[in-house]
Structures are given as C-alpha cells and as structure tokens.
Ligand binder design. Structure first.
Ligand code: 1HN
Length: 358
C-alpha cells in the first residue's frame, strides 16, 4: 500500500528525472479537437500605413537589419513574433532609390503589392517588376534584393513560413557578399511561364519550386470578374488558388495563396479548416465572422483566421470586395492532417455574439 508521502516522492522523482506522467496531462496532450491559443485579430490599414511611413522616416535599411518590415504579432501567442503559429505576415516599405540588400533564407516568402509601382524583387538575377496586386514569390533559399525605382515608396504585404521553419529548427540565413545580385534578365519567369497553359519547350522547368515567380494582377483580376453571376464556393464565393503551373499544386511547399471576390450582397456560409490564414482586404469593404465575432474590414486591413475557427465572409456593399490570403494548408495536407467542416446549423451562418474593436 502506497502512502501519500510515497506518492509525492514518486512524482517529485519523476519530475527531477525529466519525465512526465501522461495520465495527468491526457486532456492537454489530446484535446478532442484543436485548441489554439491563436486569436482572431484585425490590424487597421490606417495604423499599418502610418507606422510603415514613420519607419521610413526614422529607420534606414542597413546590412544586419536587412529590411524595413513591421510584423503582425498575434495577441494570443504570448509575445511570439508571429501572426499564427506557422505564419509571419507584415508590411514592408521601400523608399525611392533604396535597395534592400541581397540575402537568402530557408523560410519561403510571398509579397503582395499594396501601394506603389516601378519597384522590383530581384530573384537570382531575374528582376521581377512589381505593381499593385501582383503576387511575387521568394521560394526557400533563392537570393533576393528589392529596389524602388519610383518617386513614391512602395508598400507590400510579406508572408513567410518563418515561425514554422523556426519551430522545426530548420532556419538558415546567408548574406550575399555584394549589396545586390547581378541582374541578368527582366521578368524572365513571367515571360517564359506567365501564360500558364503554355510551357517553353526549350527549357526544363525547375523541379523544386514554381517556375513562375511573378503572378500579375491583370489576369488575376480578369479571372475574378469572368465568373460573373455564376455559381461559386458557398464558403468563399469567387475564390481562386494561385498555382505552381508546373505541378498544379500550391505556389510554395509550405504556403498557399488565394484571391477571392466576395460579390455585392453575398454572405457566405461558415466553415472551418485545419489551417491558419492571414487575410489582406485588398479592395472594398465588408466583414468576416470568426467564431461568432464580427470583424469589419476596409481596404488595406489585415486579419487572422486561427486554425479550426468557424469563418464566413460578407460584402454588404454594392461595390467590389477582394480578399487576398496566405494559408499553411500545404503543410497540413503534406502531413495528412488537413480537415474541413461545413457549419450546418440553421442557414449556415453563425450567430454574431460580439463585434471586434481594434
Ligand atoms: C525577409 O527576408 C524579407 O526579404 C521580408 O524582404 C520579411 C521577415 C522575416 C524574416 C525575413 C525580405 C522578412 C524577411
């Protein structure tokens, strides 16, 4: 017969020997469904833009600091520098004449251009010229620098798998010996692979990454409009995923990107997925309901949808509402963990219990 003292001594020794008794933590280790600390949250464009410009006035781009980037910090993550557990999202500003120095890292990145033009990301020598609405990839370990040749600053959204790669202890980083990588061509990937139903026969596309690095806004916008009044996703309305034209799969191994048009008067039905997402309200205004909380968004606002959170989108205006988003879905699918569920109560809409005030 064990006594209380014996039991206490046992637990003390288990702890001292760096062990844990599962029978005391089973509910934490194995919740019935994902229980995330990640909070749904919204960042106002007025703040992001003002602070990005303020950083532009106060902070030079220098070697070591590398980039003038303001990252979103999810309030549920105890100060961890991340928008969700897997995703980093940020605004970056580059001013006229500046060149953000060349480097490379194992985390992959995307840029989605919000403001400005005549700015480029130089990817291994391919000068990808960027304008509002363009999506530009920086796949893992590609050399990249950014330059602004305009009279106005450029601001874009950065999305990276940085927190995931960090938690996997798989982060590598290297500075290029010169400030910039020698430019060998302009819009090369876009000219060769940008008409995605045509493949250059004289070239073998790279196997490890998308051959197309710059996804231009005009054909993207056109695709959103061409659906007209036709049927689309009950959960996302007119929503397209950007593809690696070589594989038909997501643009990066760790992140997928979507562009979606919520048509005037539409309120989609809620669903939830084993994935986390960061949205940019690219144009127009509307709202999303995330786990019963209403998030009103306007042009330029960023918001987070946590894993396994019910969410639906609405455009109560008679104007355009376009959302761009990054997701960690490819990770979940590659690991066999992806799940998706539709909200079946009532008419598929959540009850709005509160409204988010930033
Ligand atoms: C990075 O290298 C860039 O190259 C942007 O523009 C944002 C955030 C975290 C770590 C590296 C860039 C980044 C970043």
């Amino acid at each position: 017969m064990s006594t209380n003292t014996e039991t206490e001594a046992f637990y003390r020794e288990v702890d001292e020997k760096h062990l844990v008794p599962l029978w005391n933590i089973t509910q934490d280790a194995l919740p019935a469904e994902p229980r995330t600390p990640v909070k749904p949250h919204l960042w106002r464009w007025a703040d992001l833009r003002r602070l990005a410009h303020r950083a532009g006035d106060l902070v030079p781009i220098e070697r070591g600091g590398e980039r003038r980037v303001l990252g979103l910090v999810n309030p549920g993550l105890g100060g961890k520098h991340a928008a969700t557990r897997t995703l980093w999202a940020a605004v970056q500003i580059v001013k006229p004449g500046e060149i953000a120095p060349c480097h490379r890292h194992s985390p992959s990145a995307i840029r989605f251009i919000i403001e400005g033009d005549r700015t480029y990301t130089n990817l291994n020598g391919d000068k990808c010229v960027m304008s509002r609405g363009d999506l530009v990839l920086t796949p893992s370990w590609d050399w990249h620098d950014h330059g602004c040749e305009s009279d106005e600053p450029m601001i874009w959204m950065d999305g990276l798998d940085l927190p995931l790669v960090g938690d996997l202890d798989a982060t590598f980083f290297e500075m290029y010996p010169d400030h910039r990588f020698p430019i060998t061509d302009v819009n090369e990937s876009e000219r060769k692979f940008g008409v995605t139903h045509l493949r250059p026969t004289w070239e073998k596309p790279p196997e490890d990454r998308s051959p197309l690095l710059n996804f231009k806004w005009e054909p993207t916008y056109d695709a959103l409009q061409r659906i007209g009044e036709g049927p689309a996703s009950p959960h996302d309305d007119v929503c397209f995923e950007y593809l690696n034209p070589n594989t038909g799969g997501p643009v990066l191994t760790t992140m997928s990107c979507t562009i979606q048009r919520v048509r005037p008067g539409v309120r989609t039905q809620a669903h939830r997925q084993v994935q986390s997402s960061v949205y940019l309200a690219f144009s127009g205004s509307g709202y999303s309901v995330i786990d019963g909380q209403r998030f009103d968004w306007e042009e330029g606002d960023f918001f987070v949808v946590p894993p396994w959170a019910w969410h639906e989108h609405a455009n109560p205006t008679d104007g355009e509402a376009i959302l761009f988003a990054i997701h960690d879905t490819p990770v979940m699918k590659a690991l066999g963990l992806y799940r998706e569920e539709s909200y079946t109560e009532g008419d598929g809409h959540q009850e709005i219990r509160e409204t988010f005030e930033p």
